[in-house]
Design a protein around this ligand. Structure first.
Ligand SMILES: C[S@@+](CC[C@H](N)C(=O)[O-])C[C@H]1O[C@@H](n2cnc3c(N)ncnc32)[C@H](O)[C@@H]1O
Length: 180
């Protein structure tokens, strides 16, 4: 497995404990677990430069993970193409990312604008980080179709896409209000 933007490598260490072998975690921070388990290599590197990353040269991976890290890809299609080049033939990429409707709802509530305007706006937005009031974060917007199209443009196909679902309580409330 290859985990791109792996943080301290803890999640990958769990997968290695569950049987993953010859795994590599890459993170730009270099702030890794003190003693990675055997079979896990943690490499400081930039996911924007996969093609020239020394730790990855000549290797292929059965699974490539982007867990909440794909937003750091400056050129998303290039990053996916470079990931595809080191993906085993029957391998797959697993990517999790915040659903963009969340940001649209937040911005619409903040600005008194419509959900549609915020969802389809291409202007980046900034907000204060939750952990340091001197650091603000800037996000580029994306829609669900942008994400799908990044995969197509990189020559990949999507086996499954999943969106967050309502909780059982919220689902039951929707059924009640519909039937009422
Ligand atoms: C939201 S955290 C997710 C960490 C981990 N994947 C998880 O699910 O817990 C995003 C991670 O991406 C890393 N990151 C940011 N820019 C990066 C880059 N250009 N190349 C590699 N890692 C990067 C950050 O250091 C951080 O560890």
């Amino acid at each position: 497995m290859l985990d791109l933007g792996c943080g301290n490598g803890g999640k990958l260490a769990e997968l290695v404990a569950d049987g993953a072998t010859a795994s590599v975690g890459v993170d730009v921070s270099g702030n890794f677990l003190g003693t990675p388990p055997p079979g896990l290599e943690l490499v400081r590197g930039d996911l924007n430069e996969l093609a020239s990353m020394p730790g990855l040269a000549g290797r292929t991976f059965d699974r490539i993970l982007f867990l909440q890290s794909f937003g750091y890809a400056r050129d998303p299609v290039r990053t996916l193409r470079e990931a595809r080049a080191i993906l085993a033939d029957d391998g797959f990429i697993l990517l999790t990312r915040t659903h963009p409707i969340r940001y649209a709802v937040e911005r619409a509530e903040e600005h008194g604008t419509s959900l549609g305007e915020e969802y389809f706006s291409s202007a980046p937005f900034s907000y204060l980080s939750g952990w340091n009031d001197r650091i603000s974060l800037t996000k580029r917007r994306y829609t669900v179709s942008d994400l799908v199209n990044f995969f197509s443009a990189a020559g990949l196909w999507i086996e499954t896409a999943a969106e967050p679902q309502l909780s059982e309580d919220a689902r039951a409330a929707t059924r009640t209000s519909r039937s009422g």
